[in-house]
Every structure is written in structure tokens, then in C-alpha cells.
Write a protein that binds this ligand. Sequence first.
Ligand code: GH3
Ligand code: MG
Ligand code: MG
Ligand code: MG
Ligand code: MG
Length: 311
Amino acid sequence: VPREEGVTSVLTRILDLVQTREQEKYRVLIVEDSRVAAVVIQRTLAEHSIDSLVVADPGTLLDAVGSYRPDLILMDMYMPRFNGVEATRVLRQVSGYQALPIVYLSSESDIGMQVEALRLGGDQFLTKPFNPVVLAAVVRTKIERYRDALRSTRTDGLTGLLNHTASKARLKAMVESLPAHGNLCVAMLDIDHFKAINDTYGHPVGDQVIRNLAWLLKGRLRATDLIGRYGGEEFILALPDAPPERAHAVIERIRRDFAVLPHAHNEGTLYSTFSAGLACSLHYPTAAELTEAADHALLEAKRQGRNQVVA
Ligand code: GH3
Ligand code: MG
Ligand code: MG
Ligand code: MG
Ligand code: MG
């Protein structure tokens, strides 16, 4: 990685990190029909800086999970119109919620019932009245482990960027949450003649070129932009709220800077370039259309001689 990094960009990165930490406050969805119990649980979690939301109605559980995106569910067992074990079984069938920690918090003292509740999809059983210190500890450790697992399944090991699957999911979410007249531009980047770099300098040097491009992208794009490693030497970017001309200018600037970025190898330095294709949601409204159009533009950039951005 190039050595010179301005103080400002280091500070920006630290601020981003702090901000990310701030956004990542733990979120617990409390499924509980008793208002009194819910308040006590919420207060206990709040004392440990954990956010929570209470759901008492079975009809709103799936919506609440989708919009609140909890890191863990605290599930009561017996509710008037609602059975916690049945709700857990349903949740476990929804894609994306198979690994979401679900902890029962119930007055059920029958061991057989507790075991059955765990067998049908729960992760742990705590009984009421609960010990607040134990509850907070269970919630914290379960969430930490869950977040670590999510992070490693979403992240590309070489670059630390989102991997292919996570990039696609993130893009889809970004497109679907666009306001009515909002725009989002997608760029596909592919390193030029990368096979020749591997063949000439070896695979580890090729890896370093990929890492250097990832580093440049991270430094140049915003925290709200998507940066993903889409394939071997192919990257996907998504810039929300960028008019097409500005998105084009941003990618073009990165293209020029990458072309003069030196990459170290055994006998000196080498230079590399990439080609890019750009497409914006004003013309291609779905995530699938956007990636397809950006891919086509990328092919065109390759055809026209590489080291260029085609919109
Ligand atoms: P073009 O300009 O048309 O894109 O040519 P290219 O040589 O870059 O394209 P091609 O798709 O033929 O080659 C991509 C190469 O990238 C092939 C593959 O061995 C290499 N590659 C894929 N993943 C990695 C990786 O993680 N590390 C390294 N070092 N090489 C990789
Ligand atoms: Mg109850
Ligand atoms: Mg390629
Ligand atoms: Mg290539
Ligand atoms: Mg190729």
C-alpha cells in the first residue's frame, strides 16, 4: 500500500470508524405481550446501552424484523394470540433469519417444554424472573458472535470489501430504498490485462495490485457508497445521490489516479490500469438492469482499447 496518506484522510477514516461504531448499537426485538414485563426488559437493556423495540402483536413480527433489523430476538413463550415457539419456527423458515439469535425469556419452568422450544429453533432459554446481569451478558455475547459471523460471511478476505453475494444484496437494498426521484449510479471496474501481471510478476504481486485498487477506492468513495469485490479483479461500485455526470467524474478521477499508482514487485514497480462501465438508475431502474448495463458499458470500454470509463 502506498505510504503517503494525508493527515486529513487518516482523520476522515477515524471519524468514519467512530460513526460506524455509533451506528452499530446493538438492537434487540422484544416479543412480549405483557407491558410491565416489556418495560422491565427494555430498561435493563437500556442500562447496558442496548436499543430495543417491543412487539406484542404476531401480525407485525415479520415486518418489525424486516424494518428494525434486530441483532437478537427476546421471545416470550405464551401470549394470547401468539405462541413464541410457533413464531420462532416461522422466522427460521425465512431466508436471512436462520442464524439470527433467538433467546426465550419465559416463565415456563418445565424442562421438557424448554428443550422442545430450543429444538424448534431457539438458541437459549432464560427463565423469568430474570437476572438482569445474566440477561445483558447473554444478549451481548450472542450479538457479538452473530455480528462477527455475519461480517466474515459478507467480507472478501483479500481486500476487506463486500464480497460478490453481499454486494448484490446491498445494491438491491440500495435501489429499493431510493426515494421516488432519487438516482443511483453503478460502476463495474475490471483491471486491464491482469493475467499478464500474474504471469509476469507472480500471483502475490497480482494480489497486491488488487489490494491497492481496493485501498484507492476506499479512500475516494463515501461511507454511504457501495464498494464490492465482484470477482477476481472486478469491482462493483454504487453511488447514491450522484448525478450521472458527477459519478462519471468520480470514476474517471480514480481511473487516472490508479494508472499512476506504483505497485511494488521484486525488481521495482509496475503500473496497472482498469476499465469501467457506468449505468444509472434514471435509465435502468432495477439492480439487475443496472449491473447488466454497467457490464455492457465495461465490455465496450475494453473493446475501445481499455483504461477508460464508458457510460
Ligand atoms: P482484460 O483486460 O480483458 O480484463 O484481461 P485480463 O487478463 O484482466 O482478464 P482475464 O479475465 O482473462 O484474467 C483475469 C485474471 O485474474 C485471471 C485470474 O487468474 C486472475 N485472478 C482472479 N482472481 C485473482 C486473485 O485473487 N489474485 C490474483 N493474483 N489473480 C486473480
Ligand atoms: Mg406472555
Ligand atoms: Mg475480469
Ligand atoms: Mg481484467
Ligand atoms: Mg477478462
